[in-house]
Each structure stands twice: as C-alpha cells, then as structure tokens.
Design a protein around this ligand. Structure first.
Ligand SMILES: Nc1nc2c(ncn2[C@@H]2O[C@H](COP(=O)(O)OP(=O)(O)OP(=O)(O)O)[C@@H](O)[C@H]2O)c(=O)[nH]1
Ligand SMILES: [Mg+2]
Ligand SMILES: [Zn+2]
Length: 344
C-alpha cells in the first residue's frame, strides 16, 4: 500500500520527517491485539511490535501504538516483521475512560476523520448514551455521524419518533438510518465515505457494526455474531482493525462497549451543552445549581419549553459523573500526599 492510500498527508509527513530516523520507514497501524500490532506501508502489511526502548520511554499507556496511528518502523531481520520505534503525534483520537475510579484512559483509535456512532433502532436506542459518544468525539476532535441500524425491525413511524427524540435533545449531528438486511440506507453511508479518509465504528455489541463492514465491502471480511433474545450482542469482534474499502476509504471496526458509563472527562462537556452553559449565565446566582434556586434561567427555560428537560437531565447526570471522576482524582492525590507527610 502506498502511504497516500493509507491516508498520509503533509501534517504527518512533516512530523515523520522530524521524528523518524533516516533508515526508518513510516507505516500505519492497521490492527492491535494485546500488544501485537499489524502495520502497513509500501513494504507490505506485516506483524510489528514496539521496541523495549520505546515502551520504557512512555509515560502513559495511551501513548502506546493503537489502530490508526502513524509510526516509524524498521525491519530488523527481514521484511516480514517490523519494529515500531516512534508513534507520530495524533491529529485526532477516540478514547474512553477505563472502568473503575481511576483517571486512566484507553485508546480506541487514532487519526480518525469521522466516527460513526452506531445504535440499533431495536433494543439498543438510548439518547443519553448517544450524548456520551458525542462528547467522546468532541473531546478527540472527530466529526460524529449517527447511524441507526436495523430499521427493518421498526415501523417508519417508530423510526421517525427516534429521530425526533435525538433532535429534541439538541443533537445536530447527521443521522443515517440503515438496514443491513434490506440494504436500505447503505448507499448514503457509502456516499459520505471519502478517498483516503478514515472512519471508525463505535457502539454497543450486537448493533451491526461488523455486518455493516461486510455489507460495504461486499465480502464477509469480519466475523459477525447473533444477538441474544434481550437484544444484546455477544462481543463477536475482539480486536480493533482498520479495513480498506474498495472506494479508497478506511474503516475501523471496534468491539462493542459494554460499559459506556464513563466515556469522557469533563472537558468535552462544554460544546455539547453550550445551550445550558449559555442559559446559566442568566441565572441570578453565579453558582446556581439549577435545582430550585430563585431566578434560575435554566429552570425557567425548561418551564417555558425552550429547553428539553431530558437534555438537561443528561447534562446533570454527566456533570455528576465527571465531578465524581475528578473527586476520585483529588482523593488519589490526597492519599499520595499523605503518604509523603512526616508522622508527628
Ligand atoms: N434485522 C437486522 N439485523 C441486523 C442488522 N445489522 C446486523 N444485524 C444482525 O445483528 C447481529 C449482530 O451483528 P454484528 O455485526 O456482529 O454486531 P457488532 O456491532 O459487530 O457486535 P460486536 O462485534 O459484538 O461489537 C447479527 O446477527 C446481524 O446479522 C440489521 O440492519 N437488521
Ligand atoms: Mg463486531
Ligand atoms: Zn440556574
């Protein structure tokens, strides 16, 4: 594969020029599975591993190579195995918080142009989860497009109602409704995908991410799985991989996320809820909690119908969640400081 076909552009070229040694080549990470990578470039698509020196130079696990990364490689023995020496800076990224109270993140993919946030019209649909994914996209500087799958399982009215709910929550992202069974809407998905751009599918297990990839490629490239009677998937996809489509776009398949409770840190919140931020500047008290304070502009807006109360509830939930995350961070710091205090 030529680098340009893999999405290389001047920005990455400049960084590669600066960071890769003359004897090294640039490659793109196309798959990661427990520390083992696959990289692709004009030499070919080969297994690769980061060098010990690079790994020990890292401060954060999120700096380890992930799908979509551009890396500097060499071929220590023959051209069928590569060593990764450096990860180039990321233009954009998708990451989620690891489970538990720590402030650790887990990379999903890097250098993504558009994230397809996938929900099924049947069982899986949930607006506040959509909002979490939108925050994740916003935080990583990735443009979001919503894909509603399995429209064959619901009536046209039910689908219209779902879309109304999304718009009612103030979400403006593009929405594509598709069926992998009838093929309806697949043309629109193909249409948004551009040559040399990289797309990533995220969403719960069983919503049809891998089936969509197989539909777009026309082959059974990735494994798909059946869904239990509760509508939940069984985590058929286990690794993240970047797939090249015929029309020259790239698509990353990811395993479904079970725990989407904590997708993002607080800094991503502002843009998605700037309507509420703006309203709150009209509250009588600057530290208004928008619960029952007199002169609260947010409550007034809900009252007179200018603000969807569901949207506000999502905001409150996420606020509480990120406060909790920050608190656990502060708690941790306190603990660490205490450990260093002399005993009296
Ligand atoms: N009726 C209907 N079924 C679909 C559609 N898309 C996918 N399915 C079915 O849903 C099940 C799960 O699809 P997958 O593509 O494996 O789901 P996934 O999102 O990749 O799931 P994970 O890999 O576990 O994250 C399969 O049995 C598919 O045949 C659709 O548009 N309509
Ligand atoms: Mg899958
Ligand atoms: Zn208020």
């Amino acid at each position: 594969m030529e680098l340009i076909e893999l999405g290389m552009d001047q920005w990455f070229k400049d960084h590669a020029h600066e960071l890769c040694q003359p004897e090294q080549r640039i490659a793109r990470v196309t798959a990661v599975d427990r520390g083992q990578c696959i990289v692709s470039n004009e030499v070919g698509e080969v297994p690769a591993k980061a060098t010990g020196a690079f790994m020990s130079s890292l401060q954060l696990t999120t700096d380890m190579p992930c799908v979509g990364d551009w890396v500097c490689v060499d071929y220590p023995s023959s051209s069928n195995f590569a060593s990764i020496h450096t990860v180039l800076p990321r233009k954009s990224f998708l990451r989620r918080k690891s489970a538990g109270k720590s402030l650790k993140f887990q990379m999903i993919a890097a250098n993504i142009d558009v994230v397809f946030i996938v929900q099924s019209c049947h069982f899986d649909f949930n607006v506040s989860r959509l909002e979490r994914y939108l925050l994740m996209a916003n935080e990583g500087h990735v443009e979001p497009i919503l894909i509603l799958t399995k429209k064959d399982l619901v009536s046209a009215e039910a689908l219209a109602h779902l879309i109304e709910k999304i718009r009612g929550a103030g979400i403006q992202a593009r929405i594509l409704a598709i069926s992998n069974v009838t093929g309806s809407g697949l043309g629109q998905v193909k249409e948004v995908m551009r040559l040399g751009k990289t797309y990533c599918l995220v969403g719960s297990s069983g919503v049809g991410k891998s089936t969509l990839i197989n539909q777009l490629t026309g082959h059974d490239i990735v494994k798909t799985g059946s869904v239990s009677t509760s509508g939940e998937g069984r985590h058929t996809t286990v690794r993240r991989q970047l797939i090249l489509l015929e029309q020259g776009a790239m698509l990353v398949d990811t395993p479904g996320m079970r725990e989407v409770g904590i997708l993002v840190a607080s800094e991503g919140m502002d843009d998605n809820f700037d309507d509420i931020q703006q309203l709150s500047s009209g509250c009588r008290f600057t530290n208004c909690g928008h619960t029952n304070e007199p002169g609260c502009a947010v409550l007034a807006a809900i009252e007179d119908g200018h603000l969807q109360s569901e949207h506000f509830q999502n905001y409150t939930k996420l606020k509480a969640e990120s406060a909790l995350n920050e608190m656990s961070y502060v708690d941790k710091r306190k603990k660490a400081n205490k450990a260093h205090l002399p005993h009296h």
